[in-house]
Design a protein around this ligand. Structure first.
Ligand SMILES: [Zn+2]
Length: 124
């Protein structure tokens, strides 16, 4: 159920932003999701369809940008990509590391339809 609460808060954030901008419709959302958040893209998409129903974000497309996990060794400051099982520093072998990337979970941007921007007219 992790994805459900995450998706819901992302939606609420998007709706608030759209309201601020006076938008009538949210057409797409861009999310930044770190590998370590445990949020599965498929699940999030599924839940989004569910929570966005009857809101101005219904039918919006979601763009996911994954952020690979990255750790920094506390002993030698080497930054490396930790494996699922091996967290030892490749340079010195220390297992004392801090996570510096991969826990991101944020709404990067939204695209809206509204009266603020006039869409381009193409073709004709
Ligand atoms: Zn190290």
């Amino acid at each position: 159920m992790h994805e459900l609460s995450v998706t819901q808060s992302m939606l609420e954030l998007a709706l608030a932003k759209a309201r601020e901008a006076g938008a009538e419709r949210i057409t797409s959302l861009s999310l930044v999701v770190g590998d370590l958040t445990g949020v599965a893209e498929e699940c999030a998409r599924f839940y989004f369809d569910f929570v966005a129903r009857d809101t101005i974000a219904e039918g919006a497309t979601i763009a996911f940008r994954g952020v690979p996990a990255q750790a920094r060794c506390r002993d030698c400051s080497t930054t490396y990509a930790p494996d699922d099982t091996i967290w030892a520093c490749p340079a010195c072998g220390s297992v004392s590391a801090e996570i510096v990337a991969g826990r991101e979970l944020l709404l990067e941007s939204i695209e809206v339809d509204g009266d603020t921007d006039t869409p381009e007219h193409t073709g004709g």
